[in-house]
Design a protein around this ligand. Structure first.
Ligand code: ARG
Ligand code: ASP
Length: 682
């Protein structure tokens, strides 16, 4: 009964709500948005977006690897995603002789396409609301098992903090091959400098092809496999889009928390983000300084640096954005109004109080988990010490196997960097931990040697962990580095209990969100509710738009090749473009990709739109009102990263690479125009 009521509330809310461009909608329920979408310029139907009875756009979208999106652009399984999503694969296939990261890669024929071991893509076969079945006593694992029997992969996902359950049935393809990638000087143009920034000029794309068996079914790699024939692929618009034009993004956003109460926002903005930013600043400073001294170190640490810097920069934008919006205060005001309404409802009257108590009980533990994993947990030698001691404890371990592990670890171990990080992170940990929760004796030991720096120096001088000559199976357990690393075991153990997506998802807190979400929907009838992102397939829609952040500081939504040339500088690593691009520019030799952009003959590169996206939406198709591909989503502006908590339609913008720039690079830089022939250009 309660559930029934809940469902009817869902429907009425989604029909009423119309907050501009906010929202990540479940494809199977897109019918509730379709009127609004069509009003804004969408020409297709709900069935075109998602259908279980016929091919629909969802069949052209995949979860790429563990956390990106990809889309089919030909009937022979050609797949587009971002360069930063394909990065790991491209790196894995590269060697000193074949440096595809630096030089790019273009398969000249099907035979040259390179299988990527370990890479897979997932297509959503169908999704199903199973809330009532679960409520009636069916077990989630039985429902999943039944779907697996059909030969699929399946998972049950919670929506609205467990108020609704959906079954997601997937087909997993494991024969995925690299077809093309631009050189990093295009695919990663702007590097970490431009990351999260507008104006942007990154050609952030790479190309893969999915292969299947002779029945077009998923199969592990075999040279006999055939290009997969997707039920649906995107046709491509070469006409471009202009300000105000409808856009839709179809993809797999990973994590948002739009409904959390002010306590949770306070934790993010005042406790968690600032701590993580400060610790990452220290690590980045150490790594950057060493990178500046040596080209070898710069390359070896490029991916590490990029991944530390990516979230580091995002969190800074998030904190600023939440402050600017006054999210804590506006949520407090919202909660006050809610409390007034709830006063007379026995089932909800004490809800907020219960939630606050729950946060108080968990926050410190969650913080300790985050603090550990951002500090001491980042030191490779400590992690290796733990791995080695586990290995030494296993049956069959020998002196040789231990020595081999040490030799392997030492081979590419950068002690200069790791030791400095160990010193800084140990110091930070000692200082930031609630003192009564520090591992016993840790502080005294560190102080007895004169502080973190001297202590870490002593650890390195006394350990045999970095010398395969000295280490033996026997000596592992008593090695100083091992005993030191194990002091943190209780913290690691305890942290496991708090290993949830967000603080608010820890069960003792999350259980209160179930009634809270129900109450919100009863009370806030005009709000458009959509479930928080959880790496399930979603639709977001909006329009191409610039933004004005500060007075008179308007940002145009379209960047061009002229902007690349303006940034070009052979002496700056992030801005050093291929000579071929300079040559093309000098002659304005754009071929069929040159167009008029605001009165200039140029090539459009990236554009902004108002779609609500999150991490995981990288690589997502961005389409026009006719469902044609106009670009590939890859980022948001820095000023809009708080959209994971509060979406501000006036400045939140996603960034896409214009499909015409993608085609231009394939054709003019890659010389791989033959790939374009299998696409449907409109
Ligand atoms: N900011 C983008 C996202 O969150 C992409 C980052 C990859 N590029 C980089 N320079 N780190 O994933
Ligand atoms: N760059 C992100 C991704 O990789 C997208 C975003 O956070 O906007 O998914």
């Amino acid at each position: 009964m309660l559930k029934k009521l809940f469902l009817s509330v869902v429907l009425s809310c989604t029909l009423l709500g119309a907050s501009a461009d906010e929202g990540m909608w479940l494809p199977s329920l897109i019918g509730s948005r379709i009127k609004d979408m069509r009003k804004k310029g969408f020409r297709l139907t709900a069935e075109d977006v998602y259908s279980v009875n016929k091919a629909s756009l969802k069949d052209a979208v995949v979860l790429f690897g563990g956390g990106c999106t990809g889309e089919y652009v030909s009937e022979e399984g050609l797949l587009l995603t971002n360069h930063h999503c394909g990065y790991g694969s491209i790196q894995q296939l590269s060697s000193v002789e074949h440096d595809y990261l630096t030089n790019g890669f273009w398969a000249k024929s099907r035979g040259e396409e390179l299988p990527v071991p370990g890479l897979s893509v997932k297509r959503l076969v169908r999704m199903e609301d199973i809330t009532e079945r679960i409520a009636a006593g069916e077990k989630a694992q039985d429902i999943v098992a039944a779907a697996r029997k059909e030969g699929y992969d399946a998972a049950v996902e919670q929506m609205y903090y467990g108020n609704q359950q959906f079954l997601f049935v997937y087909e997993i393809f494991r024969d995925v091959r690299l077809v093309g990638a631009p050189p990093s000087s295009i695919g990663k143009f702007g590097g970490d400098t431009d990351n999260w920034i507008w104006p942007r000029h990154t050609g952030d794309f790479s190309i893969f092809r999915v292969y299947a068996d002779e029945n077009n079914r998923p199969a592990t790699y075999s040279k006999d496999n055939k290009p997969y024939r997707p039920a649906r692929h995107f046709s491509i618009s070469t006409k471009g889009v202009g300000e105000g034009d409808f856009t839709m993004i179809y993809g797999f956003p990973g994590n948002t928390q739009e409904y959390v109460i002010s306590d949770a926002v306070k934790y993010v903005a005042e406790v968690s983000d600032p701590m993580k930013i400060a610790l990452r600043t220290k690590r980045l400073d150490i790594i950057s300084a060493e990178q500046a001294k040596s080209a070898e170190v710069r390359i070896a640490y490029a991916a590490v640096h990029a991944s530390i810097a990516n979230a580091w920069k995002k969190w800074q934008g998030e904190v600023l954005g939440l402050q600017r919006l006054g999210t804590v205060e506006s949520k407090q005001a919202y909660e006050k109004k809610f409390a007034q309404w709830a006063q007379s409802k026995p089932e909800y009257a004490s809800l907020l109080d219960s939630m606050r108590v729950a946060y108080k009980g968990v926050e410190q533990e969650y913080y300790i988990r985050e603090l550990y994993s951002e500090s001491v947990g980042t030191v490779s030698v400590f992690n290796f010490a733990r791995t080695l001691s586990a290995a030494a404890g296993k049956e069959g371990a020998t002196d040789e196997s231990i020595k081999a592990q040490v030799a392997k670890f030492s081979a590419d171990y950068n002690r200069t960097i790791d030791e400095q990080i160990a010193v800084e992170m140990l110091g930070e940990f000692l200082q930031r931990m609630p003192q009564e929760r520090l591992p016993e004796g840790l502080k005294q030991d560190v102080e007895s040697k004169g502080g973190a720096k001297a202590y870490v120096e002593w650890l390195y001088s006394a350990t045999n962990l970095l010398s395969s000559d000295k280490i033996t199976l026997q000596s592992v357990a008593d090695d100083v580095m091992v005993t030191f690393a194990q002091r943190f075991n209780p913290i690691i153990e305890n942290s496991r209990k708090y290993a949830y997506r967000n603080l608010s998802n820890v069960p003792s807190i999350e259980k209160w969100y179930r009634p809270y979400m129900r109450a919100l929907r009863e009370w806030d009838k005009n709000r458009a509710f959509y479930p928080d992102a959880n790496l399930t397939l979603r639709v977001a829609y909006g329009s191409v738009a610039g933004y004005e952040y500060a007075d008179a500081e308007y940002h145009h939504p379209v960047s061009t090749i002229d902007g690349i040339i303006a940034k070009d500088d052979p002496n700056i690593y992030d801005y050093n473009i291929p000579q071929s691009l300079r040559d093309i520019y000098a002659k304005k030799d754009y071929g069929r990709w040159g167009v008029d952009v605001n009165g200039r003959y140029s090539v459009p590169v990236c554009f902004l739109a108002t779609n609500h996206t999150s991490g995981g939406n990288s690589g997502s198709p961005i389409i026009n009102g006719r469902g044609e591909l106009i670009g590939i989503n890859f980022d948001r502006t820095w000023r809009s990263t708080m959209s994971d908590i509060e979406f501000d339609p006036s400045i939140c913008r996603n960034i896409s690479v214009d499909i015409r720039y993608v085609l231009f690079v394939i054709d003019r830089i890659g010389g791989a125009g033959y790939l374009i022939e299998e696409m449907d250009l409109k």
